[in-house]
Design a protein around this ligand. Structure first.
Ligand code: FE
Length: 246
């Protein structure tokens, strides 16, 4: 568990070490603001039990207010049904385009519109006890219905699969240290999983002007500090990927 930000009424914590060896590593994050909390990309079944136990160090699981799923992948919402049942007071936020597929994952009585709140294509904001979390469209990066989350209170961008990297466990670090090492494990992933440079640049223009101290992707090390964030965004701007390479 890594505390990325802490003030009198705001806390950001990332869990990086819950994934069993041999499967794709995933980061899970929690934002607590006053008496409200938001769990970001809770992860699949492989991390559910451990996260449920570990998260109590930050907020008791039954008190989690919101759970956000950036897109539909198994490593993002594979345990969604378990969260839905285990945290009955929570509201679940996810891209509207995935809503119709939910009955394949959630219990048959899933309360869409009440407990499950679709995020429209154009994005939305969430009032987290006074901290306005922004859900920023990141469609086709890689999922056709996909959002990044921005926390203005800690100036943290939760980028989902964008800027994710998949280093082998022995080379994984909590934070990006050497940028060329980071790129070695980010580049192939982006070339194959991200749709196109057009989609990348649309996202870059949407986040332009945000003050970003750190980027927390769903896989691999955290990009901490404005210089490193700027370098990573600059790399993305020039990236050719997906259909660009067909
Ligand atoms: Fe994904």
């Amino acid at each position: 568990m890594i505390t990325l930000f802490e003030s009198s009424d705001h806390k950001v914590v990332v869990f990086r070490d819950l994934t069993p060896r041999g499967i794709v590593q995933t980061n899970q994050a929690v934002i607590v603001h006053r008496d409200a909390s938001l769990l970001i990309d809770a992860g699949g079944r492989a991390v559910f039990q451990r996260l449920l136990a570990e998260i109590a160090r930050v907020v008791p699981a039954p008190r989690i207010s919101y759970i956000f799923f950036s897109h539909q992948d198994p490593d993002v919402l594979g345990a969604a049904a378990s969260w839905y049942v285990s945290v009955p007071e929570s509201r679940i936020l996810l891209p509207a385009v995935w809503l119709r597929f939910l009955p394949h994952v959630f219990p048959p009585d899933v309360a869409i519109g009440e407990r499950v709140v679709p995020i429209p294509d154009e994005g939305s904001t969430l009032d987290l006890a006074g901290c306005e979390i922004r859900f920023i469209p990141a469609h086709f990066l890689h999922s056709p219905g996909n959002f990044s989350a921005y926390d203005p209170c800690s100036r943290t961008l939760f980028s989902g699969d964008i800027l994710a990297s998949l280093p082998p466990p022995e080379e994984d670090r909590d934070f990006v240290e050497d940028f060329s090492t980071y790129l070695r494990y980010a580049e192939h992933f982006h070339r194959r999983y991200m749709a196109s440079s057009k989609a990348v640049r649309a996202w870059l223009s949407r986040i332009e002007g945000l003050e970003i101290e750190r980027v927390v992707p769903q896989h691999g090390p955290i990009i901490e500090g404005r210089d490193k964030v700027a370098a990573a965004l600059e790399w993305l701007r020039e990236l050719r990927c997906g259909v660009d390479l067909l």
